[in-house]
Design a protein around this ligand. Structure first.
Ligand SMILES: CC(C)(COP(=O)(O)OP(=O)(O)OC[C@H]1O[C@@H](n2cnc3c(N)ncnc32)[C@H](O)[C@@H]1OP(=O)(O)O)[C@@H](O)C(=O)NCCC(=O)NCCS
Length: 171
């Protein structure tokens, strides 16, 4: 699957993305937001990139964000807890550091929303954002996500508790 925007496009994972996924998943710098506590094995990553990427089967879908100009990979969008009956899905996003603050996350989320509405037929998207993640809060609230509640001391990382906000956008 390929979903095209002006400056970026979204595509599904292929087996060739093994090193890319390994680099993201096993980078401790990303573990605070991904809730990862230890590296994935090569076998787990191999199975993941070789799986059929069917959101109806796995209830989740990873989309790779690429630049339209040169096909360079700059990040990924994660759709999770997809529940077609309730027409809802969760969203998470990561943009590689050198490409941040250029509007790419915004574009990627708007494209993903279009895909969710038109193809998955959902009517709401939610996300969980740690209360100290200022840029992510700015990103999602600017795009119309409303904070529903704070989950106090919800997330444990590096021996410390963090509050987490639950954000929702209805279409
Ligand atoms: C959060 C994240 C996805 C934002 O990606 P991005 O491509 O830099 O975001 P955008 O460029 O689309 O900017 C979104 C908003 O945040 C602001 N912003 C982003 N980075 C900023 C920075 N370094 N300084 C000031 N503002 C910043 C932008 O100005 C923009 O606000 P605006 O709508 O008022 O213009 C990125 O920082 C990231 O990958 N962080 C690590 C993973 C993470 O926290 N993911 C979210 C989990 S819910």
């Amino acid at each position: 699957m390929i979903y095209r925007g002006k400056h970026i496009y979204l595509r599904t994972i292929t087996p060739d993305d093994f090193n890319l996924i390994k680099q993201w998943e096993n980078n401790p710098g990303n573990w605070k937001v991904s809730s990862t506590t230890h590296p994935f094995t090569d076998e787990q990553i191999f199975d993941f990139v070789n799986s059929n990427q069917d959101i109806y089967e796995h209830e989740q879908l990873r989309l790779i964000i690429c630049l339209t100009d040169n096909n360079k990979v700059i990040g990924n969008v994660d759709l999770f807890n997809f529940e077609p009956l309730h027409k809802r899905v969760g969203i998470g996003i990561l943009i590689d550091e050198p490409h941040r603050n250029k509007g790419y996350a915004k574009q990627a989320i708007l494209l993903t929303e279009e895909y969710c509405k038109l193809i998955l037929n959902i009517n709401k998207i939610f996300c969980n954002i740690l209360e100290d993640n200022t840029y992510s809060i700015k990103l999602f609230t600017t795009l119309g996500y409303k904070k529903i509640c704070t989950k106090p001391k919800w997330h444990f990382y590096n021996n410390q508790w963090f509050d987490e906000g639950f954000y929702l956008k209805r279409f």
